[in-house]
Design a protein around this ligand. Structure first.
Ligand SMILES: Nc1ncnc2c1ncn2[C@@H]1O[C@H](COP(=O)(O)OP(=O)(O)OP(=O)(O)O)[C@@H](O)[C@H]1O
Length: 224
């Protein structure tokens, strides 16, 4: 589903800082991988490149067989909207919309019919354990509840590629465990490819494989 080859990215600052060098990674459908590595090493940069939010300097990123490096903004936006789901540490819910309305947003963007959208929102509310909360406003939720809604929203349009950047960073341990279990389950049931960026070894343990990003590149983690 995702095939990254020889990716390189530098930023201009006082000098040129090479953040990513010769990164390659394959993630198949139904496969969930964690990326760990010290702060500032380039994990979020790698996710941003995969999402097409920034262009790499060198290398190739193929999503479902389509090369995204060099695509224009319109095609990238369409690809993101149709094929990708994002979960971030900051949930980015719209506070003055209800839970159900937040979850339905990507369905509206993808022009999914209202009847189908309603069915999916109902199923997702059940999946995140918030069946009774569809009419609550997002601003009324706890942090853990907001993140569960953010995951439901990220998955509503059935993306084939799920990108999660420190999704449990702001959560208490119980909410974090719930969110991780939900992500794991959804990657499997929707047969998507998933990438979880995390500092937590226990979060990484919920995935199929862990990689460590270091100055020398991206390598499989030595620990199980
Ligand atoms: N737009 C940018 N312009 C200049 N430098 C940038 C930009 N984005 C990221 N960087 C630099 O690239 C490096 C990698 O940043 P990145 O956010 O990818 O690290 P990270 O591994 O995700 O860190 P953390 O675990 O702390 O979130 C950092 O030194 C950062 O300052």
């Amino acid at each position: 589903m995702l095939s990254i080859r020889n990716l390189g990215k530098s930023y201009l600052g006082p000098g040129i800082r090479q953040v990513l060098r010769d990164i390659s990674l394959d993630v198949a459908r139904g496969e969930y991988v964690a990326i760990m590595g010290e702060s500032g090493i380039g994990k979020s940069t790698l996710l941003n490149l995969v999402a097409g939010l920034e262009p790499p300097d060198t290398g190739s990123i193929r999503i479902d067989g389509c090369e995204i490096v060099g695509l224009d903004d319109d095609r990238l936006t369409r690809l993101r909207r149709q094929k990708m789901g994002f979960v971030f540490q900051a949930f980015h819910l719209l506070p003055y919309l209800t839970v159900a309305q937040n979850i339905a947003l990507p369905l509206a963007l993808n022009k999914v019919a209202a009847s189908e959208s309603g069915l999916r929102v109902t199923a997702l509310l059940a999946a995140i354990g918030m069946k009774e909360r569809g009419d609550s406003y997002a601003r009324e939720l706890s942090g853990g509840e907001m993140q569960r809604v953010a995951i439901a929203r990220a998955l509503a349009h059935r993306p084939q590629l799920i990108l999660a950047d420190e999704p449990t960073g702001n959560l208490d341990p119980a909410s974090a465990a719930q969110v991780l279990a939900l992500l794991r389950e959804q990657v499997t049931t929707s047969h998507a490819a998933g990438i979880l960026v995390t500092h937590s070894a226990s979060a990484a343990a919920t995935t199929d494989r862990t990689y460590v990003l270091g100055a020398g590149g991206l390598f499989p983690s030595a620990s199980p």
